[in-house]
Design a protein around this ligand. Structure first.
Ligand code: FAD
Ligand code: NAI
Length: 482
């Protein structure tokens, strides 16, 4: 006999677990199935984000930043430390603790909200009498239901996420050729580290291991650096990141990857077409991610995929099947945890008959390098390409009192506003705490603020957010402190 629910959510990453909680809050009887296990085989809900993505990478970024600060910057503040040394084991253990606290937090939230959690793989079996049947191949450990079973529900939300894309010529072994998973748990700092792909993972992971002492080379296929980022920001990022010691080569074509006694050798041609090679102790391949649809039984119910192998959805996250929805990395759009969460909440609300809403135009991006890079809305090059008339205001952190007090005056805030209506069209930040500062810009854009609105709002002094106010003033060429 199958258990009957109103909604079955497959996957408990940020898209799935948040969708399940919101469904339960709205009074729907909800099951959530997730396959992820920790090293002990226990359930580890939270998906890529919690286990091998956002959370552990930010833990290591923070720890490695402290290490670098202690080595090179604390002296400027009159804090003299001697004999700074790295205990990588402790750093990794702390990261693992942060991950497991998040896993436990999600299990607690499931209990609190009465979401029935099943630890195992979920796959469609069939549809009959307007109910979808989903099989759970259970892992059955620690607090999760043990036996394999069949669940039924009128609605299914697929939130199965994505996995790292491998190079055909170099499958991941997680020993020497690493995905994001292996990149977060190297037990020694490699003397030499190569990364293929200078996207978000390449820059964040490259930064972590460089700060810890590795000599880092990043090989990027495209001829431009950070093509999706505002050009002025990308230029500043290139300057700052290469100054820190990241060696980035653009326009490369990887030809072969081989392993030998000296390490991993990547043979490639450079932008000039010349044959080159680099040998390093470890290789991280960070060339994007692929949606997880294998083993889902999509073919059993006729769930359509798009040309990228993602689940095909419309703007409301409806799939090709009635009452089957899909959210997060397994569908089109940016592969970001907060985008997955917003879609999860919106779908839950649509199932409950409400008007769920996601504004794809105001999804912020953050790259957690040092300094951080964050943006929302259009870049200057996009506005030019669309012939949108605009004005730009830029304010450097060099002229911000709080940034001087912090000892970090790198970067700037840039506000782009429509020339005629003054509506804010994009905000681009490179500098300290950009990940936090961007929230004000998202809020402003959600409320269709003009640059003058931001400029007239009282910002606390001294604060980094004053740079946003000043950049908004600079749109009208009336910055006060620059
Ligand atoms: P996932 O988090 O991938 O979760 C999917 C879950 O479904 C997994 O637990 C998986 O085991 C489970 N699953 C899959 N198939 C099945 C099945 N058949 N049955 C049962 N369970 C199944 N994004 C940010 O916004 N900020 C960041 O700082 C950030 N940092 C990142 C750093 C790294 C190194 C990486 C790799 C990614 C990062 N991301 C970040 C991206 C972010 O992790 C993803 O966008 C996000 O996790 C997507 O959420 P999701 O719920 O769609 O899928
Ligand atoms: P990415 O799409 O950000 O970058 C991949 C890079 O690899 C691109 O620059 C691409 O041109 C390059 N590339 C692709 N194939 C190549 C090849 N054969 N040779 C050389 N270069 C090649 O993907 P990444 O870094 O793997 O991250 C995946 C996703 O995870 C990101 O797009 C992002 O959505 C998410 N993420 C988000 C983070 C955040 O929000 N801070 C942090 C890390 C990941």
């Amino acid at each position: 006999m199958s258990q009957i629910f109103d909604v079955i959510v497959i996957g408990a990453g940020p898209g799935g677990y948040v969708a399940a909680i919101r469904c339960a809050q709205l009074g729907l009887k909800t099951a959530c199935i997730d396959a992820w296990s920790n090293e002990q085989g226990a359930p580890a809900p939270g998906g890529t984000c919690t286990n091998v993505g956002c959370i552990p990478s930010k833990a290591l970024l923070q720890s490695s930043e402290h290490y670098e600060q202690a080595l090179t910057h604390l002296g400027e503040h009159g804090v003299e430390v001697q004999g700074v040394s790295l205990n990588l084991g402790k750093m990794l253990a702390r990261k693992n603790l942060v991950v497991s606290q998040n896993n436990q937090g999600i299990l607690y939230l499931f209990k609190k909200n009465k979401v029935s959690f099943f630890h195992g793989s979920g796959s469609f079996v069939d549809r009959s009498d307007a109910l979808y049947r989903v099989a759970v191949t259970s892992r059955g450990t620690q607090g999760a239901k043990a036996q394999d079973e069949i669940l039924s529900a009128q609605h299914v939300i697929v939130a199965t996420g994505s996995s790292a894309r491998a190079l055909d010529m170099a499958p991941f072994d997680e020993e020497n050729i690493l995905s994001n998973d292996g990149a977060l748990r190297m037990s020694e700092v490699p003397k030499k580290l190569t990364l293929i792909g200078s996207g978000v993972i390449g820059l964040e992971m490259g930064s972590v291991w460089r700060r810890l002492g590795a000599e880092v080379t990043v090989l990027e296929g495209l001829p431009v650096f950070m093509g999706a980022v505002d050009e002025q920001v990308a230029k500043e990022a290139w300057k700052l990141l290469t100054q820190q010691g990241l060696k980035i080569e653009l326009g490369v074509k990887v030809q072969a990857v081989s392993q030998g006694a000296k390490g991993v050798k990547v043979s490639y041609t450079n932008a000039a077409g010349e044959a080159q090679s680099v040998v390093s102790n470890k290789l991280i391949v960070s060339i994007g991610r692929v949606p997880n649809t294998q083993g889902l039984g999509a073919e059993k119910v006729g769930l359509a995929l798009d040309e990228r192998g993602a689940i095909a959805v419309d703007e409301l996250c409806r799939t090709s099947l009635p009452q089957v929805w899909a959210v997060g990395d397994v569908v089109r759009g940016p592969m970001l945890a907060h985008k997955a969460e917003e879609e999860g909440v919106a779908v839950a609300e649509r199932i409950a008959g409400e008007h769920g809403h996601v504004n794809y135009k105001t999804i912020p991006w953050v790259i957690y390098t040092s300094p951080e890079i964050a943006w929302v809305g259009e870049t200057e090059q996009q506005l030019k390409a669309a012939s949108t008339p605009y004005r730009s205001g830029v304010f450097p952190f060099l002229a911000n009192g709080r940034a001087r007090a912090l000892g970090d005056t790198r970067g700037f805030v840039k506000v782009l506003a429509h020339r005629d209506s003054d509506e804010v069209l994009g905000v681009h930040i490179i500098g300290p705490s950009a990940s936090e500062l961007i929230a004000e810009a998202v809020m402003a854009m959600e409320f269709k603020a003009s640059s003058e609105d931001i400029a007239r709002i009282c910002h606390a002094h001294p604060s980094l957010s004053e740079a946003t106010k000043e950049a908004a003033l600079a749109v009208d060429k009336r910055a006060l402190n620059f």
